[in-house]
Design a protein around this ligand. Structure first.
Ligand code: UGA
Length: 438
């Protein structure tokens, strides 16, 4: 089938490369011509395991191409996916300007019947807005909306950074929101090679499903973080508790890792957006305001813990392992690690950080206010404390004897409980995890 993907960010590029791997003809469109040039030469603008290879495969097979012209992109496509960014506004609501702009441009350029499918995370009702804007584009460019019939659908994406390809190819479900059942069936044909529950519903339910899924997962994380805080007061171990409750199939064992709270470009934005959306409709979604508050407080608690052990942070040398919002990515958007580092240097600490992938992105944020080390071991040199802020597996392989020898004071604050089972006490460290008592 002929597919156009508008927006070559995270979701767009993964979607394009995966759909091409099914044998569809996919053209990826982006108005950033420099980005299109680099994609053509095989450069992927962000770190995602397996994506470069999959893109390369599509390019070689000649069914994955790139263009900076929306006109060329949509000229043959029967299925046009909108995958552009929906960043948050300062008040927590969603900025839909890119989606709206693209919808109108699609209308201006499409000259045949087509499906316009929104993958970007958008507020409830956006499919209806997209439909109006596409039709306006068709009308404004002198064509008749009866002759150029565009069906609009919502098809939210549930992939995670770091495991995006696997999540796309092996999803728990595929959701399509569209008014006509037959159109839903046709869109599902694009995903024919994937075996999973395929749910067709109205666009509003589909749009809400995406927010509900992310908000529920964020709620799970804030819940287990609160349990961790209670565990610390009472001699319990949150890891044991999480394991035990997770074995109850009604609860499930995923997203129960306690730590410094959730970050990334999705959970913080989507939880706030759903809270705002409910508020605009006159409903105070209290649970979500607590989820957000608990998440912010978790970072403050972590810094308070450091201060209570090593004293005022001013003049202290703090080593940091991990800046990405989670392992497996170079993404630092809304990263709890970045927030904690910012709090530390605001109190006068000298921070020296190491991240295997995210240092370049972080150096742009910190602009020389913190130092970067070339390795985990180099970062801890003369440090008064080590903070583990991202759960990169390689940190578990660092020689702890060498770490202790090079540190000024061998104290570790592990915001991910990554090293919790490595018996740091036996190696003469003071070790503080989250929700763990020793
Ligand atoms: C999240 C969702 O998991 C995806 O299903 C969704 O498609 C995506 O958002 C999106 O809306 O695009 P992602 O942001 O890539 O994916 O990252 P997650 O793996 O969900 O982690 C989010 C945050 O929660 C990270 O900071 C992670 O460290 C934290 N987390 C996760 C915990 O603190 N504890 C856990 O048990 C799990």
């Amino acid at each position: 089938m002929e597919i156009a993907i508008i927006g070559t960010g995270y979701v767009g590029l993964v979607t394009g490369a995966c759909l091409a791997s099914f044998g569809h003809n996919v053209v990826c469109v982006d108005n950033d011509s420099t980005k299109i040039e680099s994609l053509r030469s095989g450069e992927i603008p962000f770190y995602e395991p397996g994506l470069a290879e999959l893109v390369d495969k599509g390019v070689r097979a000649d069914n994955l191409t790139f263009t900076d012209s929306i006109q060329n992109g949509v000229s043959k496509a029967s299925f046009i996916f909108i995958c552009v960014g929906t960043p948050p506004k300062v008040d927590g609501r969603v900025d839909l300007s890119y989606v709206e702009q693209v919808a109108y441009q699609i209308g201006q350029n499409v000259s045949h019947n087509a499906y316009v499918i929104t993958k970007s995370t958008v507020p409830i009702g956006t499919s209806r807005t997209v439909k109006k804007l596409v039709d306006k584009g068709v009308h404004d460019s002198g064509r008749d909306t009866v002759l150029v019939n565009v069906i609009v659908a919502s098809n939210p994406e549930f992939l995670r950074e770091g495991s995006a390809i696997n999540d796309f190819l092996h999803p728990d479900r595929i959701v399509v929101g569209v008014d006509q059942l037959w159109a839903g069936d046709l869109i599902m044909e694009l995903y024919k090679p994937i075996e999973c529950p395929k749910l067709i519903m109205n666009p509003e339910s589909s749009e809400l499903t995406k927010y509900a899924a992310n908000a529920f997962l964020a709620t799970k994380i804030s819940f287990i973080n609160e349990i961790a805080n209670v565990a610390e007061q009472n001699g319990a171990d949150v890891r044991e508790v999480a394991r035990a409750i997770g074995l109850d199939r009604r609860i499930g064992n995923s997203f129960l890792k306690a730590g410094i709270g959730y970050g990334g470009s999705c959970f913080p934005k989507d939880v706030s957006a759903l809270y705002q959306l409910a508020g605009e409709g006159g409903h105070d979604f209290r649970l979500l305001s607590s989820v957000i508050e608990v998440n912010n407080r978790q970072r403050e608690r972590f810094v308070n813990k450091i201060r209570s052990v090593i004293g005022e942070l001013g003049g202290k040398r703090i080593a940091v392992w991990g800046l990405a919002f989670k392992a497996g990515t170079d993404d630092i958007r809304e990263s709890a690690a970045i927030d904690i580092v910012t709090k530390c240097f605001a109190e006068g600490a000298d921070v020296i950080a190491y991240d295997p992938q995210a240092s370049d992105n972080a150096s742009q944020v910190f602009q020389g206010r913190i130092e970067f080390a070339g390795s985990a071991l180099e970062a801890v040199n003369r440090a008064d404390a080590l903070l583990v802020l991202t759960e990169w597996p390689e940190f578990r392989a660092v020689d702890l004897d060498k770490v202790r020898e090079t540190m000024h004071r061998a104290v570790v604050f592990d915001g991910r409980n990554l090293l919790a089972d490595l018996d740091l006490f036996e190696k003469d460290f003071d070790y503080y995890g989250v929700g763990i008592n020793y």
